[in-house]
Ligand binder design. Structure first.
Ligand code: AMP
Ligand code: MG
Length: 491
């Protein structure tokens, strides 16, 4: 049933990781298994055996051919450098080749204490496991690059956080687990050979078009390629109202995927200062700060790569700085592309950036729900009769009304009629996002042994752009009594 493992990371130098088998759990129970993803990974679903899957995805049995290991990495956490983090509760089983010929990491998260666990117990509570499952799969359905969730298992054990909670294990699938922090780990140790090996591995796996380049340019180009993907990624987050919550450099993927779903959340009423994470006291990772933070993280990546970029340190800094200075422009271009699509604009005009920004100002002024506002705009593009429903979302109608006039004039210069514009807008503006109160509700029920709300939410979020009759409540923002103000990383 399992696809053969490639063991690429396991064949890198021994100090890149610690060989480590998952620690068995007491009474594993398979809660979720992602069949479409399993299929994509080349699993033989006809041979699916639930008992065996439970053993593999709980870590109780190491699947044939896997050589589990915990990866070493460092990272800036909330701006402070920690030279040694590493997989404290995760093990990489190995890589598998998917049906598109792409290598994908398969990792168990919550697999027990590793040599990198420091004070932690190596475990994950079931809540955060199910949360990552729901939100990562929702992000995928929304078209945002992300790690995926293959399976969620309840361990049958208790983990102790603020209170005892049921434990869980998540099987995470990623393009790779190479992080900015992985580079920082070796840079901090002055281990240039390891740094080069790692950079070459990143090129081989994610940027093969750089493979033929000479050392004088390939590492700077690697930096630029990662920057491009990260700028595109964060622009996508902004377009769906996603707040990552812990944009530390150890959570910044070199492959450009969203990784590490901890206290992440979706914004409801538009406000760039929105923060949910209980540990983000100063709002460092607020919604509106994310584009600036990613650039800060990329600057740390450039620092780590400096010894490879140029033999002359000063010249290396100058060359890397020149690339980094292009980051805001790249981000703005990505963001503009996202916003044009959200606004139904296929043509490109000079004033589009400002048009998009002033809509956000109007939404902010009226406390309007970000997701629903864009979705309703599609209806307005189709028919002026939809305007009252849009205005119901805002507490201040005038700015939005004034903005609509400008937008309608702009739409008139598109080569499409209202219905065509509306239907393309509905392919990029979701109706369903993982609203925080719905996620919390599903997790609370799961803790009581009722997985039905989790299953329903999973189904709803798999088709975020299609109206699903009977599931209207999932489109709605939290009522005041349901509102979630804080999310916890649960580690
Ligand atoms: P995260 O907040 O999940 O990005 O984790 C940050 C660091 O803390 C990583 O090195 C993790 O492996 C480690 N960590 C998080 N939770 C645990 C835990 N329960 N036990 C051991 N290490 C952990
Ligand atoms: Mg992390």
């Amino acid at each position: 049933m399992f696809s053969p493992f490639t063991l690429r990371y396991a064949r890198l130098p021994a100090h890149f990781f610690a060989r480590f088998d998952p620690v068995p759990v007491e009474a594993p129970h398979l809660i979720a298994f992602n069949r479409p993803l399993a299929e994509e990974l080349g699993f033989d679903l006809a041979a699916f055996d639930e008992r065996q899957a439970t053993e593999w995805f709980s870590g109780n049995v190491v699947p044939p051919g896997a050589e589990p290991l915990a990866q070493a990495y460092a990272g800036h956490q909330f701006g402070n450098f920690v030279p040694s983090l590493g997989d404290g509760r995760a093990v990489l089983l190995g890589e598998v080749t998917d049906r598109h010929g792409r290598l994908r990491d398969v990792q168990l998260k919550g697999a027990g204490r590793t040599p990198f666990s420091r004070g932690g117990d190596g475990r994950a509570p079931l809540g955060p496991v199910l949360r990552e499952y729901l939100v990562s799969e929702a992000m995928h359905a929304l078209g945002v690059p992300t790690t995926r969730s293959l399976a969620a298992v309840a361990s049958g054990e208790r983990v102790f956080r603020r209170i005892p909670e049921p434990g869980g294990v998540l099987t995470r699938v990623a393009d790779s687990h190479l992080r900015v922090g992985t580079f920082q780990y070796f840079a901090a140790r002055g281990d240039i050979d390891a740094l080069r090996t790692l950079a070459d591995e990143a090129i081989a796996r994610h940027y093969p078009h750089l493979d033929e380049e000479p050392p004088e340019t390939r590492y700077l180009d690697l930096f630029e390629a990662v920057q491009q993907r990260q700028a595109a990624l964060v622009a996508r987050w902004m377009g769906v109202g996603f707040i990552h919550g812990v944009m530390n450099t150890d959570n910044t993927s070199v492959a450009g995927e969203t990784i590490d779903y901890g206290p992440c959340a979706f914004m409801e009423a538009y406000d760039p200062r929105t923060v949910f994470s209980s540990i983000d006291e100063r709002g460092r990772y607020a919604y509106g700060n994310q584009p600036g933070v990613v650039q800060w993280n990329l600057a740390r990546f450039a620092e780590a790569l400096l010894p490879l970029i140029d033999d002359d340190r000063q010249r290396g800094i100058e060359r890397a700085t020149r690339v980094l200075e292009a980051c805001p422009g790249q981000y703005d271009a990505e963001w503009l592309a996202v916003m044009r699509a959200k606004l139904g604009l296929a043509r490109e005009e000079e004033g589009d950036f400002e048009l998009a920004e002033s809509l956000l100002e109007a939404l902010h002024a009226g406390g309007a729900d970000f997701t629903l506002s864009f979705r309703q705009l599609a209806d307005v593009a189709e028919s002026a009769e939809a305007r009252p429903a849009l205005f119901e979302l805002t507490e201040r109608r005038e700015p939005l009304e004034a903005w609509l006039e400008r937008w309608q004039a702009r739409l008139a210069r598109e080569d499409a009629d209202g219905a065509a514009i509306a239907s393309r807008m509905r392919t990029v503006n979701p109706l369903y996002i993982p609203r925080n109160h719905r996620v919390e509700e599903a997790l609370a029920a799961a803790y009581e042994g009722d997985f039905a709300p989790f299953e329903t939410l999973r189904e709803v979020l798999a088709r975020p752009f299609e109206a699903q009759p009977g599931r209207e409540v999932y489109t709605l923002p939290a009522a005041p009594s349901e509102r979630v103000f804080r999310t916890f990383c649960g580690t």
